[in-house]
Design a protein around this ligand. Sequence first.
Ligand code: NOJ
Ligand code: NOJ
Length: 736
Amino acid sequence: MNSKSKVSFKKRTISLCLLASLIGFTPIKTNSIPILQHVTAVKGVQASERNISKVDYSKDVIYQIITDRFYDGDKSNNPSGNLYDANKNDWKKYWGGDWKGIADKINSGYFSKLGVTALWISQPVENIDAYIQQDGEGAPYHGYWAKDYKKTNPYFGSLSDFKNLVQAAHSHNLKIIIDFAPNHTSPARVENTGFGENGALYDNGKLLAKYNNDPDNIFHHNGSIIQDDKKNINEYKSLECCTYKNLFDLCDLNQQNKTVDKYLKDAINLWIDQGIDGIRLDAVKHMAFGWQKSFMSSINAHKPVFTFGEWSLDNGNYDAGNTNFANNSGMSLLDFRFARTVDNVFRYNSANMYDFNNMIASTAKDYEDVNSLVTFIDCHDFNRISTGSNNNRTNQALVALLTSRGIPAVYYGTEHYMTGDNDPYCRGMMSNFSTNTTAFNIISKLSALRKNNTAIGSGTTKERWINNDVYIYERQCGNNVALVAINKGNTDVNVSGLLTAMPNGNYSDVLQNIMSGNSITVRNGSVNNFTLRAGASAVWSYTTNSNSPTIGNVQQQMAKPGQEVTISGDGFGTSKGTVYFGNTAATVTSWSDDAITVKVPSISAGKVNVKVKTASGAVSNVYKNYDVISGDLVSVRFVVNNASTYYGQNVYLVGDVPELGSWNTDKAIGPFFNQIEGHYPNWYYDVAVPAGTKIEFKFIKVGTGSYGKKTIDWQSGDNRTYIVPYNTTGQVTVNW
Ligand code: NOJ
Ligand code: NOJ
């Protein structure tokens, strides 16, 4: 089928997609399943819920909605009085958008036409009922001022409205991702108990604590993170300050507290039980790494859903903590390096295509799982991509977003070139629901491409042709290829000497020339010379039944033995082969050409390499460092007192389980903290360790000796032991 598939296949894809949008079903692998089968399948499984994977997002495009600012489907649930502004003049009041409104737009077919497949909505939980006059705070229309995580925000709807939304979404093959912010409740002022609702936290209606009345230590009480440029203080650079102090004035929850730990884990399970398909976790730089890993473990034990955190990075910022979190926390991250670079390249024109390519290359090196990062070009915290820019630059940024590695998230209204400065002006009311802008078309065409060409969601990236204004890159997964060309400059560019992995043939532009693209001809790995018009973008695609198995991703990002995980990629074949974790074969629960589910075998925990062997014996690439955990994890605070150190020396923890580095000092946990919840020479750190297990451990002091060599001082005496609790947090304190 290889040689004749190219052009004729493309036609078939288009007709299938058309058919798909008419019947509300999205084809999965168009070139391997006959049309008729699709139609019968749809008839059989109306709502086709079983096709929705909660962990595999390799074919998805996310659409981010500020629930209050999308569509008012139910006027009766709008707040009254000071919280609400029917005229939409006060940007910090509720404007009426709700879950019913989103469901209405789902049912009208808006998203099916747009092609996006997952909706990320505002945090759904009950927020405070206050409009805070002071300091321009406003009302919690954004959803980030939680008061009861087990109740719905009534201005977004009731629980049955929420269920209806999930159901409407699933019946249109759309996933629902909720924002969730377990870092904090709402703003408070220690000196003014009447400010807002004093950060109050309720458990399904029962008051747990207020910030100024907190006998059980539900909250941290360490003041706010300070940034004072005049005094040269920036506590945002300290992970300890970020973790244990208040972000702005938001009351920082003490997740290590047993009540809070259980409460937050129960609360997210309640939402998972409503059928949600994913979680965007707010402010992950501001919660302890160990607790968050235990939170992921708890979610996975309940029902795994794809989870990605927000670890914000400023323009040009590189943060090793961010990389470490993405690689080791068991969840994915929003890709701020991608977003900032796209902004610089396409909107501000302060960076060129070499910078774009460098970002693609360096992130591919730094992140173990670059395909599962959630990419974006703007969001509710930045000014919108079309602000102070022209529409064609937005179009180019969209092409880059939707064809680059990572799971793309489009911010609502970008398809209508909505503008708006920083928060709150980037959160305007959805302007209109027309379906005929160029941006709308780009999103719809490239979302379809992501579905039928695994090179987009599961592939690697290769730069093929570049100058300051032009970037041509190739995505490839197995034998599937997509070639993308963007010219952001004002002049036509002659492209010669362009190489490709696509086989001989003529390829028309997947965007159908709506961005002045062209067709190309390929002969023996070379593309004919062509002119890439000023401002143009074009995408060329080749798909085939690949016989070269390629793993793009493994999700969830961590699992214990026995747990089911999904391996996405291409070329696995239709008959069952073998999946290896290290050298051990896993039990296969389902197998298709581009997705396999297996149970993680009973191997010892740690990072393992995963590979696929097809029924015909072909072996895939190695997917490196998959995180197999010992079992369910809980968060334990390890404290060591009286550990004096010399300048530059730090305290770490090492022990006999993989979660404590298996006695390998290179994998020790730390550096420990000693400023906020404990004070030098006492050190502390919250660590995720296997529940109910007897562990052995020791502390070490790590410093730098002569010639920059690492020095290690071990705590003397026998190994310390500790029995980790089941199902709750713990604390162990020893003396150095
Ligand atoms: C990051 C969110 O994206 C932002 O909108 C919010 O204000 C803070 N976290 C605090 O919740
Ligand atoms: C207002 C912002 O809109 C919101 O995102 C944030 O959570 C609060 N400020 C923090 O107080």
